[in-house]
Design a protein around this ligand. Structure first.
Ligand SMILES: [Zn+2]
Ligand SMILES: [Zn+2]
Ligand SMILES: [Zn+2]
Ligand SMILES: [Zn+2]
Length: 545
């Protein structure tokens, strides 16, 4: 794990076998298509192994988890501001990138990739091994760092006016009610001893001071700030980890254009994942603030001349899988008689068996016939073009599919007509069963009762469509059965369960089922409302002179 690869001085033997591999591939493609695999020969070949440099560039970037603690707390390195924290963390990246543990963690990520990182899409990876704490200590904004703020109730004086004496310090004497004298028992007046005849005494609540202690700050003139836990400070905490941002780049600067084109056709990433190239990962190094993981890919490219039945086919082959990059459509002239047979078949059923036999000599045409017996033309086209790359031209594949399609319709015409008749009989039976039994009345009554009388007609249409669908499927089913008999056993694959198209008989079924359905509806014992309406309209027309 995470060790660099050993790069051999010479490319291994497999690089020089790609022409042979391509010849085998070509042999498999032409085999059974009017040619035999062993007829494909390697006339000439010349292989060059290109060394392609590439590298993954990895940069570390900080991520922060922020928090707040009240008071002055210890939490890593103390800095002045958040900007300073970000700057300090970013400044740590070039050093972190040289850290062995960081490098091992990143190389292990690359090792999980099929190409050990070659061609990887840009990715981010959170690093477990890098952690650092920072903090910024701020004054509390509520108390401005004073840990307390002046009491607003007493305006910071610690006292409030005495309510008892309205801040006068004196109160009416309770003994003489302010008169200064009291009535004696004999009816005369005597001076008040309590207030010495003044009528007023000192306020008992404030002792004459005129103010009392503030109840809010308890006379302390200020209130402790609970926001900052009475410290006057806040600690902003920053828990930093690095994440890696990596991107792969191939060094194309010195590469010739045609080599670049071949790489693009094979796919930069696919060089590794599809094993077109032999990939070596070299020793990582650090460059400025980046970790650079260099690669070297060995990609063999061959100039080949194949010889098939004495004809020469120059071709290009690339990659360890021996992929043929360009060749003339070898099979076009070979399968031409088969396509001609399909063309003749599409014109009518004359000599059908001989023509089918002629077309079925070719594996690709058997595949097309089999495909079209179960699938759409588009699906068959996709299958054939991917299975026979380059060796059959697009024009020939399209012609083969077109004529095979018409041929299938032509040779299954009789069975499709049988299917149309049979399906129509089944549909008519279904219609009769509906209109000559209480089912339709019951349905109409039920729908009417629900207040949806106008939908009764829609229900009847649905009955017609069901019959049509039965007929359409019967046509296709009969055609499928006929093709199974006509085409060679190998063509009709048991795993394919689709049915051939219904052709024009499918369209005809629309008309024939409509007639059967309408007849059943008109002759029903209990005619549907829409039939009665139609009869009434017809009656009115006939009745009017
Ligand atoms: Zn505070
Ligand atoms: Zn106060
Ligand atoms: Zn008094
Ligand atoms: Zn008072």
């Amino acid at each position: 794990m995470s060790e660099p690869d050993f790069v051999p001085e010479q490319p291994s033997e497999q690089h020089f076998q790609i022409s042979q591999k391509a010849a085998e591939t070509l042999g498999r493609l032409v085999d059974g298509n009017g040619l035999k695999a062993e007829q494909v020969r390697l006339a000439r070949h010349e292989t060059l192994v290109h060394q392609l440099p590439g590298a993954i560039f990895i940069e570390l970037k900080p991520d922060f988890v922020k928090g707040q603690l009240s008071g002055k707390r210890e939490h890593g390195k103390v800095l002045d501001s958040e900007a300073a924290v970000i700057a300090a963390a970013t400044a740590l990246a070039p050093e972190a990138v040289t850290d062995k543990n960081v490098q091992i963690e990143l190389l292990q990520v690359l090792d999980q990739d099929p190409g050990r990182g070659w061609g990887m899409k840009p990715f981010k990876h959170p690093l477990k091994v890098t952690q650092k704490q920072f903090c910024v200590v701020d004054r509390c904004s509520k108390c401005a760092g004073l840990a307390s703020y002046p009491c607003t109730t007493c305006s910071g004086t610690g006292g409030v006016g005495c309510v008892n004496c309205a801040s006068t310090g004196q109160a009416q004497c309770p003994a003489c009610y302010g008169n200064g004298r009291m009535q004696s028992q004999d009816g005369g007046y005597i001076p008040c001893q309590r207030c010495s005849s003044v009528g007023r005494i000192l306020c008992t609540a404030c002792n004459g001071v005129k103010s009392v202690k503030c109840g809010i700050c308890r006379g302390q003139t200020k209130i402790a700030c609970t926001e900052c836990d009475r410290s006057g400070f806040w600690t902003h905490t920053y828990d930093m980890t690095f994440h890696a941002e990596a991107k792969f780049e191939m060094d194309r600067e010195l590469m010739p254009k045609d080599l670049q084109e071949i790489i693009d056709r094979l796919g930069e990433r696919e060089l590794a994942t599809e094993e077109h190239a032999e990939i070596f990962r070299l020793n990582q190094n650090t460059e400025q603030k980046l970790l650079v993981v260099p690669f070297l890919a060995f990609l063999p490219i061959a100039n080949v001349e194949f010889s098939i039945e004495g004809k020469q086919y120059p071709s290009g082959v690339a990659g360890l899988t021996g992929k043929i990059m360009g060749i003339d459509p070898v099979l076009d002239p070979v399968i031409k008689p088969g396509i001609n047979a399909l063309f003749k078949l599409s014109k009518g059923p004359l000599a059908a068996e001989a023509l089918i036999a002629q077309a079925c000599k070719y594996r690709v045409l058997r595949q097309i016939l089999s495909g079209l017996s179960h699938h759409s033309k588009r699906q068959v086209y996709q299958t054939i073009t991917s299975e026979y790359p380059l060796v059959i031209s697009d024009k020939f594949i399209k012609a083969g599919i077109k004529y095979a399609g018409s041929a299938i319709l032509a040779i299954s015409k009789g069975p499709r007509i049988k299917g149309l008749i049979r399906g129509n009989i089944i549909a008519a039976g279904f219609y009769a069963g509906y209109y000559f039994s209480p089912a339709q009345m019951y349905n109409a009554a039920k729908i009417g009762a629900l207040g949806y009388a106008k939908f009764a007609f829609a229900a009847d249409i649905l009955v017609w469509l069901t019959g049509y669908f039965i007929t359409w499927m019967t046509v296709r089913y009969m055609a499928g059965g006929a093709l199974q008999k006509l085409l060679p056993g190998e063509v009709v694959n048991n795993t394919d369960r689709g049915l051939p198209p219904a052709g024009e008989q499918g369209t005809h079924a629309l008309g024939t089922t409509l007639v059967a359905w309408a007849l059943c509806a008109f002759f029903a014992f209990q005619k549907p409302a829409w039939v009665l309406t139609l009869l009434k309209m017809a009656g009115v027309t006939i009745g009017t002179p």
